[in-house]
Ligand binder design. Structure first.
Ligand SMILES: *Cc1c(COP(=O)(O)O)cnc(C)c1O
Length: 230
């Protein structure tokens, strides 16, 4: 049996130590506990241990769980690939959507948010790996996409999300993290009205140390907290 509480507290501690060692305030780094493919029972153990943010990847699975667990004591983030036809549910259930990568999707989110009188917080997912098969906006299009999104009144663009093409190899991942940091700076330097990106969602179980050292403000940790997925 995975000891979720022990794992969670250990990761929290590690984040604190890593932040301090690189001169950052540990409070500037949010821990998104990624609970995809884990049961409500295990997730509730995590919540009892103090988890404040949960990350989910699949709309149907996530909305079923959120209906059962609720959103009073935890915040839910959507981190998976989002199809426009599911935007309605993402808007209804999630405080932050990490994976907005096209203007089409952003417009649909804006439309759905307007319907329920919500300002939807989002991140733009950038394809830092440059692989065709990976989701995320092209690096060169990121500024244009940020400009387009900034004109959508029911969306609040808060930052960027990215995934390196490697798992569990922090030193190989590091240049991709620093590239994402640089894209964030480049977008902020455009001084687009209403755009001031604060968040960088990067780093997972195997590489969150390198991500924090390169400026991550949200690490998305699944396996290291909840154990292996089915
Ligand atoms: C599953 C997933 C994670 C968590 O990965 P672990 O290696 O289990 O920590 C983080 N981010 C995204 C986008 C994921 O799909």
């Amino acid at each position: 049996m995975t000891n979720v509480k022990e794992n969670y507290l250990e990761i929290k501690n590690e984040i604190k130590t890593i932040a301090k060692n690189c001169g950052r305030d540990p409070h500037d780094i949010l821990l998104v506990a990624v609970s995809k493919k884990h049961t409500c029972e295990i997730i509730n153990k995590g919540i009892e241990a103090g988890i404040e943010i949960l990350g989910e990847n699949y709309i149907q699975e996530a909305t079923d769980k959120i209906e059962l667990i609720g959103n009073k004591t935890v915040s839910w983030h959507f981190i998976g690939h989002l199809q426009s036809n599911k935007a309605k549910y993402a808007v209804k259930y999630f405080d932050l959507i990490h994976s907005v990568d096209t203007i089409k999707l952003a417009r649909e989110i804006n439309k759905q948010a307007k319907k329920i009188n919500k300002i939807q917080n989002i991140l733009m997912q950038i394809n830092i790996s440059g692989e065709e098969s990976k989701s995320g906006a092209d690096e060169k299009d990121a500024i244009i996409l940020a400009e387009q999104i900034s004109r959508l009144p029911n969306i609040n663009l808060q930052g960027l999300m990215g995934m390196p093409p490697f798992y569990n190899d922090p030193e190989k991942a590091r240049p991709y993290f620093s590239a994402l940091f640089n894209i964030k700076e480049a977008i902020n330097n455009e001084h687009i009205q209403g755009v001031n990106l604060l968040h960088l969602s990067m780093g997972m179980s195997g590489d969150f140390q390198a991500a924090i050292e390169e400026g991550s403000t949200m690490v998305r940790v699944g396996t290291a907290i909840f154990g292996p997925r089915q």
